[in-house]
Design a protein around this ligand. Structure first.
Ligand SMILES: [Zn+2]
Length: 228
């Protein structure tokens, strides 16, 4: 599903929502967002532990040129296990998309999928969650809130769960690999080949085309690694 440029919104703020000992939703979601940003050309509403109000999150994403936003969360209480996705009540066409995404995320993390849902006020047509309501008002095409299992589930093998979800998001939303400089591309290829960066560097002076070739190759290599 291609929604255009993606924004990710690490829910809450540093130290928010304690799960099992040492697990804070606000910190884990920031770590999650930073890994997404490392892998793909996407926007993050926050890159620090500072809190943002719900309106700001959508406005920041829209002003960064994004089309859609995923708000990253884990759930409480402990009984609220499994993956749940909330999508806007005004966009029934998002239901199958949210269902497909939720199933893939759940499978990648080894959790259950509990469904794609809408939640409204008693009028039945106003989205209950501010991040969805205000995100649409800011002009985003759509906003999903994704609960990546409970805090207690996500606290187990957090790093591996994040890596698995990063891969799912990248493929699902067809996100472009992060733009790379020549130096970053050399590093990627050198790491893959197990040789020193210096081995490649000298060629840049020989052929100008080589610089572009190295960057394209490194981006392609990363995509292969992600199984694209
Ligand atoms: Zn949350």
């Amino acid at each position: 599903m291609y929604f255009g440029k993606m924004a990710f919104d690490p829910g809450h703020y540093a130290g928010a929502n304690l799960g099992p000992a040492g697990y804070y939703e606000g910190d884990a979601m920031l770590q999650f967002g930073l890994e997404l940003q490392k892998a793909y050309d996407c926007f993050l509403t926050r890159t620090t532990g500072k809190d943002l109000d719900l309106k700001q999150r959508g406005l920041l994403a829209k002003s960064a040129g994004c089309d859609a936003m995923i708000s990253l969360h884990t759930n409480a209480p402990k009984e609220a296990s499994g993956v749940i996705i909330f999508y806007p009540v005004s966009r029934p066409q998002d239901k199958p998309v949210a269902e497909a995404l939720g199933k893939e995320l759940a499978k990648a993390m080894g959790l259950t999928f509990r469904g794609a849902k809408t939640r409204t006020f008693s009028d039945g047509k106003t989205d209950y969650y501010g991040v969805i309501r205000d995100g649409l008002r800011a002009g985003l095409k759509t906003v999903f809130i994704v609960e990546h299992g409970s805090h207690w589930e996500f606290a187990v093998n957090t790093k591996a769960k994040i890596a698995a979800c990063v891969e799912v998001y990248g493929k699902f939303f067809e996100m472009p690999a992060k733009e790379m400089t020549y130096e970053q591309a050399l590093q990627v290829l050198s790491d893959m080949a197990g040789i020193s960066v210096g081995y490649w560097a000298v060629r840049k002076d020989i052929d100008r085309w080589f610089e572009k070739f190295v960057i394209d190759l490194a981006k392609g290599t990363l995509r292969l690694k992600e199984g694209k």
